[in-house]
Design a protein around this ligand. Structure first.
Ligand SMILES: *Cc1c(COP(=O)(O)O)cnc(C)c1O
Length: 393
């Protein structure tokens, strides 16, 4: 192979989506609450909950909307403090701000996971926790749940990019009180945009359903929880973050693809990780014990490289056709906490900053062939050699 593979193109949407989309276009039935029952969005919610082994699911317009509604459904007081990792996507602290809460950032270690000492130190001062399993990296959920349960602090799992990841036999997103997932195009299931939240808590999901925009008696079409719904009807504002039927029609046939995408994505990731770890200059942190990853990208650290070496490395990789993003080295990266200037009293996180200055991100969609994966590995290892060779010369 002499040409770098395209890592941005999505997989085709399964053929089965077409007939359903055609039916919806024919009838114009795009709103989830028009059909008396079994609208595509309602069916998706049932299928997704069943796939995850959760009682309830609520499909919404994005994972950010799911996070926002989760915080609102927890009935937190205005100004409540919400602890989240300092390494996540800007939409997560944004959802906290949008929900009238104050983000508190926990340090993240060189293995991309929450620093438990810093987390434990900050926990006594917060009202809720969001754990972002960033790029599918699962933090130690046993330790986190033990600390949060002891302090009676609810945990929302931001599993936007972690569908299919398993922690000690449990599906990520089912460990905390609420799990949130994204269907944006760069995630494992692609609807362009979309999100879903899952929980076993009836009263909490009823609040989220109403606030998502189930006005009047539309909640009857979500799930049979009349007691909770009657209690909360007209007591909560409507934010109108519903999913529409076309999105559900695109998502439902992809649920059957999840297991294959997880298997292939993991195999591809592990193949590239093994190759990169042979290089002195590249380090892919191993999974935590008990974590089964579901990656569609790879993150690795540059070892013993100066800022100039890092710049030479990314240039050399680009010259080989592989775009590497060093999280902290671009001007406006949405995953670099110092760019979240909308947070009042934005803290400094030295450990997270040091990680972001050397942590690299390369997309590895599950559809890549072994040849394509090997091309990427060689390009990255070659680029590291070139960067360090130039430094030595
Ligand atoms: C993509 C992503 C989000 C946001 O998801 P949207 O559906 O685009 O709102 C939140 N958190 C993480 C970790 C993500 O990767």
């Amino acid at each position: 192979m002499t040409q770098a593979p395209n890592v941005y193109d999505a997989e085709p949407i399964p053929e089965a989506a077409r007939a359903e989309i055609d039916r919806l276009l024919q009838s114009g039935d795009l709103f989830r609450y028009t059909a008396p029952q079994d609208a595509p969005v309602a069916l998706l919610e049932r299928e997704f909950a069943e796939m995850m082994g959760s009682r309830y699911a609520l499909a919404v317009s994005s994972c950010s909307a799911a996070l926002f509604l989760s915080l609102k459904a927890l009935n937190l007081p205005k100004g409540a403090r919400v602890l989240l990792p300092g390494f996540t996507f800007a939409a997560v602290p944004s959802a906290v701000v949008h929900a009238d809460c104050q983000p508190v950032l926990a340090e993240v270690g060189p293995n991309f996971r929450v620093d438990l000492a810093d987390f434990a130190a900050k926990l006594p001062d917060v009202d809720a926790v969001i754990i972002s399993h960033m790029r599918g990296h699962t933090s130690d959920m046993d330790a986190i749940m033990a600390l949060c349960d002891a302090a009676n602090i609810p945990v929302i799992e931001d599993a936007a990019h972690s569908l299919g990841t398993v922690w000690k036999g449990r599906k990520v997103g089912t460990i905390g009180k609420i799990g949130c997932f994204s269907f944006q195009s760069y995630k494992l299931v692609n609807a362009g945009e979309g999100g879903i939240l899952i929980t076993d808590d009836a009263d909490l999901v009823a609040r989220a359903v109403i606030m998502s925009g189930a006005y009047e008696h539309n909640w009857k079409k979500n799930m049979g929880l009349a007691e909770s719904f009657v209690k909360w009807q007209n007591m909560l504002p409507l934010y109108n973050m519903r999913m529409q039927n076309l999105s559900a029609a695109v998502i439902r046939p992809q649920l059957g693809e999840v297991a294959r995408r997880v298997r292939d994505g993991r195999a591809g990731h592990d193949r590239v990780a093994a190759a990169l770890n042979l290089s002195t200059w590249l380090d892919v942190p191993p999974p935590l014990e008990g974590e089964q990853r579901a990656p569609d990208s790879i993150q690795f650290n540059l070892v013993d490289m100066s800022d100039e070496d890092v710049a030479r490395f990314t240039e050399a990789a680009a010259a080989r056709g592989v775009k590497v993003q060093v999280f902290g080295m671009s001007d406006d990266n949405a995953r670099a906490f110092w760019n979240w200037r909308f947070i009042e009293g934005l803290p400094e996180l030295p450990q997270t900053r040091a990680m972001l200055m050397r942590a690299c991100d390369v997309r590895l969609p599950a559809r890549l062939t072994e040849d394509e994966l090997d091309y990427i590995s060689s390009a990255l290892v070659g680029a590291a050699e070139a960067a360090k060779g130039a430094a030595a010369a």
